[in-house]
Design a protein around this ligand. Structure first.
Ligand code: MN9
Length: 291
């Protein structure tokens, strides 16, 4: 019943033009390029989109542009996460009006809310918006550490269809799958996608998929066919690229990769760094040859 939520979902980047505004044309090209690669859907306005560096109008423009360009070709998940419950609901209702299939939200961060407050936040968003919700578990960046039992309190509810698990804790990932086999578990760290598959993930939501979804699609196919050596080779190639990205900054580097591939992405917003000669050289010499 959740089939359309399985598979490879790029967490779309947000392209900017030379004056720093959201570039609709590049966003459309990025969407189209990925649909043609065979992705199963998109995760829109997630961490990779620099979502907390966008204003409300920019965020809505991205939801709208992606929905228009996709025109029903693939599944769409809108990340609506915000510290404010009201804001998250506003984004969720907007995404719903555009035909999105599901919403997702990172836990409200910075103010160190207790679990009761976090739980109320999620349920209020899901109930008000009325779309299926994917919990975004990203303790490394949000600073919010939810226990497996706490995440289970969401997964046991019909309004919640799964979890995007961006964590090294693969025991937790397997525990979600064991307790809620019908729900969708997305692997979050691309460099460990194969670990996620081994432990039962139904797919992945990732940033590097923006420019190398084909490797992750093949990894998943090879794993499903029992070709573990082949799947490991795909992961190894992806990881050589990710190691180079980490040297230059993942957010900055991913934009430079796509720019050099012919889809201009602009620079990541400050405080992210502007691309310099070294960044461009690493992308050109270490990353592009492996794509
Ligand atoms: O959500 C992404 N995390 C961030 C997942 O963007 C912070 C990942 O796709 C990582 O960017 C990727 C590289 O570390 O695994």
């Amino acid at each position: 019943m959740f089939d359309k939520f399985r598979g490879i979902f790029p967490a779309l980047l947000t392209p900017f033009d030379e004056s720093g505004r959201v570039c609709e044309d590049s966003l459309r090209r990025l969407v189209d390029f990925n649909v043609k690669q065979g992705v199963d859907g998109f995760y829109v306005n997630g961490s990779t989109a620099e979502v907390f560096l966008l204003d409300d109008g920019e965020r809505k423009l991205a939801y709208r542009t992606v929905a228009e360009e996709c025109a029903g070709r693939v599944t769409l998940i809108a990340h609506v996460g915000a510290i404010s419950t009201e804001k998250a609901i506003e984004f969720g209702l907007y995404a719903k009006s555009l035909g999105y299939d599901a919403i997702s939200a990172v836990a409200p961060f910075y103010y160190k809310f207790g679990f009761d407050q976090i739980k109320d936040h999620y349920f209020a968003i899901q109930r008000a918006v009325g779309l299926p919700m994917v919990v975004y578990n990203f303790p490394g960046n949000s600073g919010v550490n939810l226990t497996v039992d706490q995440i289970g309190q969401f997964l046991s509810d019909d309004g919640f269809i799964g979890v995007k698990h961006t964590s090294n804790d693969y025991f937790a990932l397997q525990t979600f799958k064991a307790a809620y086999p019908e729900k969708i578990v997305y692997n979050g760290y691309d460099e460990m996608f194969l670990c996620g598959l081994v432990m039962g993930a139904d797919g992945g939501i990732g940033s590097t998929y923006n420019f190398m979804a084909d490797k992750f699609i093949r990894m998943r196919e090879k794993f499903a066919a029992g070709d573990i050596g082949g799947a490991r080779a795909e992961q190894a190639c992806a990881n050589s690229i990710i190691r180079s990205l980490i040297k230059i900054g993942v957010a900055e580097g991913e934009k430079e990769v796509l720019t050099q591939m012919g889809i201009p992405m602009g620079r990541a917003r400050s405080p992210y760094r502007e691309p310099d000669g070294n960044m461009r050289k690493i992308v050109r010499e270490e990353i592009l040859p492996l794509l």
